[in-house]
Design a protein around this ligand. Structure first.
Ligand SMILES: C[S@@+](CC[C@H](N)C(=O)[O-])C[C@H]1O[C@@H](n2cnc3c(N)ncnc32)[C@H](O)[C@@H]1O
Length: 231
């Protein structure tokens, strides 16, 4: 699959994803909402007030995550190699701006972004350009900022089952946490902070508390990994 293949899914990405994840009992929007929660929690961890922050949703697709973030941060920019995904993204997150990019270069100034969210994108980036793409991400992060990667956990059998049946993921080369950590370090990021997420899909305080408490256990459906650039 080429990296612009997501153009093909731009009109019905969410409903197709709903089908992929329905076995979990949740829909695509549930998972997008969790990403937004993780993003805000990581911003709190790094002491960044969202209302003062510029956030880049790298590989934003049709804006499922942006929809939950755009009204919580000072400025949201979405970028994607799939140009056709961007009009739906704008419809989902009207206050954000969206930019069509190539595989690696970002049309953004050095240190111009506080947080870069990269959710379920890295496994679609060909191995030979992953480090270059992450170095480019590093270049645009401000001195107070960080990158937040969210990826499928290849050790979780349910995740593998879903990925193997999801048509978006024909080209996916999943990253273990070790691979993701090595990638970040190779792109000159500092030692990452890693948390497993999504043990039990669901809402409510008890489930959220349960999921948060197990962040160390390598069986979550996905994981988050954040890191600051080495400067
Ligand atoms: C599975 S979708 C994820 C969309 C969204 N981030 C989410 O979490 O739902 C992967 C997205 O990554 C984009 N993508 C793939 N390679 C990319 C690259 N090199 N730079 C930016 N976006 C890329 C695809 O076009 C697609 O929209």
């Amino acid at each position: 699959m080429s990296t612009t293949e997501f153009d093909e899914f731009s009109t019905d990405y969410s409903s197709r994803l709903d089908q992929c994840v329905k076995v979990s009992g949740q829909d695509a929007d549930y998972f997008a909402a969790v990403k937004a929660e993780v993003l805000l929690a990581e911003m709190a961890h790094y002491g960044i007030d969202p209302t003062t922050a510029t956030v880049l949703d790298f590989g934003c697709g049709t804006g499922s995550n942006s929809a939950h973030i755009h009204d919580q941060v000072q400025c949201l920019i979405g970028t994607d190699v799939s140009g056709e995904s961007l009009p739906p993204a704008k419809a989902n997150a009207p206050t954000a701006s969206f930019v069509h990019t190539g595989d690696v270069q970002l049309p953004l100034k050095e240190k111009s972004v506080d947080v870069v969210l990269i959710s379920c994108v890295l496994h679609h980036i060909p191995l030979d350009i992953r480090t270059a793409a992450m170095k480019e991400v590093n270049r645009v992060i401000s001195d107070r900022g960080f990158v937040l990667v969210v990826e499928h956990n290849p050790w979780n059998p349910a995740t593998r089952w879903i990925v193997n049946r999801c048509e978006f993921d024909d080209d996916a080369i999943l990253l273990t946490t070790k691979t993701a950590s090595t990638l970040l370090r190779s792109a000159d990021f500092a030692s990452p902070r890693q948390r497993y997420i999504l043990f039990i899909p669901g809402t409510g305080k008890a489930i959220t508390r349960f999921n948060n408490a197990l962040h160390w256990l390598p069986m979550g459906a996905q994981y988050s990994m954040s890191a600051k650039p080495n400067r």
